[in-house]
Design a protein. Structure first.
Lengths: 113, 119
């Protein structure tokens, strides 16, 4: 059983640029969620995909967008990067509602300069 | 909106001793799930234990157990026989149960408690 893998592990971008983060779900999982974790804080829900459809979104602006592919892997895209977007971005996968708990990846550390 | 509060920014414990981490939450839902996650320096969030709100029995996983007080909206984690590998940031998290329909498994996290284990 493979876990959740995220790429890249670290990334440095300039303000105003666009970035794409990638996530491979754990085998058998059809739900993927993305979270933003600022340093020393708890993760904040960005959005969730279930069977390729977005079915939940947190308080993030439209420049945060995503995709889920038929193999249930996922991308998080952020346009017009701002300094405050610097954070650890975590991907989590689960089965259906995720009530049995999600499996998290190790995250992508994004630094915006 | 649901909120999760962890009032202890940092806790420390001696190896082999017991420590309890506190968590309170606020929700108007009657059916939900609560979790404790551990985040070591490797950054990966690891599920420690899960509690279903409709079950009165407290969940236990080896050295980890919870004290779930639904009326008080309290969900504390007890770590027995603490080990050096338990040192990490611990997060309490909430998700509402789904009564069917579209899946919506948003996790709401607390601010975290840094646990230090002294040898």
């Amino acid at each position: 059983e493979t876990g959740v893998t995220q790429s890249p592990t670290h990334l440095i971008k300039t303000r105003g640029q666009q970035v794409t983060l990638r996530c491979s779900s754990q085998s058998g999982h059809n739900t993927v969620s993305w979270y933003q974790q600022a340093l020393g804080q708890g993760p904040q829900f960005i959005f969730q995909y279930y069977r390729e459809e977005e079915n939940g979104r947190g308080n993030f602006p439209p420049r945060f967008s995503g995709l889920q592919f038929p193999n249930y892997s996922s991308e998080l895209n952020v346009n017009a990067l701002e300094l405050d977007d610097s954070a650890l971005y975590l991907c989590a996968s689960g089965e259906g509602t995720g009530n049995y708990g999600y499996t998290f990846g190790s995250g992508t550390r994004l630094t915006v300069v | 909106a649901q909120t999760v509060t962890q009032s202890q920014p940092e806790m420390s414990v001696q190896e082999a001793e017991t420590v309890t981490l506190s968590c309170t939450y606020d929700t108007s839902e009657s059916d939900y799930y609560l979790f404790w996650y551990k985040q070591p320096p490797s950054r990966q969030m690891i599920l420690v234990i899960r509690q279903e709100a409709y079950k009165q029995q407290n969940a236990t996983e080896n050295r980890f157990s919870v004290n779930f007080q639904k009326a008080a909206k309290s969900f504390s984690l007890k770590i027995s026989d603490s080990q050096l590998g338990d040192a990490a940031m611990y997060f309490c998290a909430y998700t509402r149960a789904n009564a069917g329909g579209t899946s919506y498994g948003k996790l709401t996290f607390g601010q975290g408690t840094i646990l230090t284990v002294h040898p």
